[in-house]
Design a protein around this ligand. Structure first.
Ligand SMILES: [Zn+2]
Length: 208
């Protein structure tokens, strides 16, 4: 599936979650957004060895870095207070500037380092773990660990810490369903997928 389809499936997962927790309008909007983003996360491995070929241009990597920095500014603005608010926004601006200046393939890795530093500075464990996830994703080949059960479990730690930070029911569920929808959408059992996902890495490289 392409990015738009993955995002739509993740957003649908967020919507289903919102209904199951009987969320109000703003909760629904947050869960749909979290589901949609989670549905895209596994493809952050775009900077791996295979990515040079065609699918992902430097422009797209810059777009991804830009979106991450803007979301970080929004999160800091809404969730942090006083000095922390400005630190978070500062990191967001920094990553945004960096993403417009660096055009090389390692861009995503620098973004991950920035996100990890921001998480550490703000004491937000989910942000720190997400930064580490982005760093690893930027180094591994496409459709490997981020598209495995190991990647899914690691994302679970990010999602549960995000739920604790936001204090909002359904965040964990929306994120996990969104992420799972991506792995299912990339599976070989769907007729439009030529390649599958190696769910049991590093134990087995069998594709599903
Ligand atoms: Zn994928």
């Amino acid at each position: 599936m392409n990015g738009t389809a993955h995002m739509a499936a993740g957003a649908a997962a967020g919507f289903i979650t919102a209904n199951s927790v009987q969320g109000d309008f703003s909760t629904t909007a947050v869960l749909v957004t979290i589901g949609g983003i989670s549905g895209l996360i596994p493809d952050l491995d775009i900077d791996g060895k295979l990515s040079n070929k065609m699918t992902f241009s430097p422009k797209m990597i810059r777009t991804v870095a830009g979106v991450i920095s803007i979301l970080m500014m929004v999160y800091s603005f809404l969730e942090e207070q006083g000095r922390e608010q400005w630190i978070g926004i500062g990191y967001g601006v920094g990553i945004l500037l960096l993403s417009t200046m660096i055009t090389q393939r390692r861009m995503l890795m620098f973004t991950g380092i920035g996100v990890t530093a921001a998480g550490w500075h703000l004491n937000e464990i989910w942000l720190l773990l997400l930064g580490l996830y982005i760093i690893v994703a930027s180094l591994i080949p496409h459709r490997t660990y981020t598209h495995s059960i190991l990647g899914f479990v690691f994302f679970g730690f990010i999602a549960s810490n995000l739920e604790s930070s936001l204090v909002l029911e359904g965040v964990f569920e929306a994120a996990m369903l969104g992420y799972a929808s991506h792995l299912i959408g990339d599976m070989k059992l769907l007729p439009f997928n030529k390649r599958g996902v190696k769910l049991f890495l590093p134990l087995s490289s069998k594709e599903f």
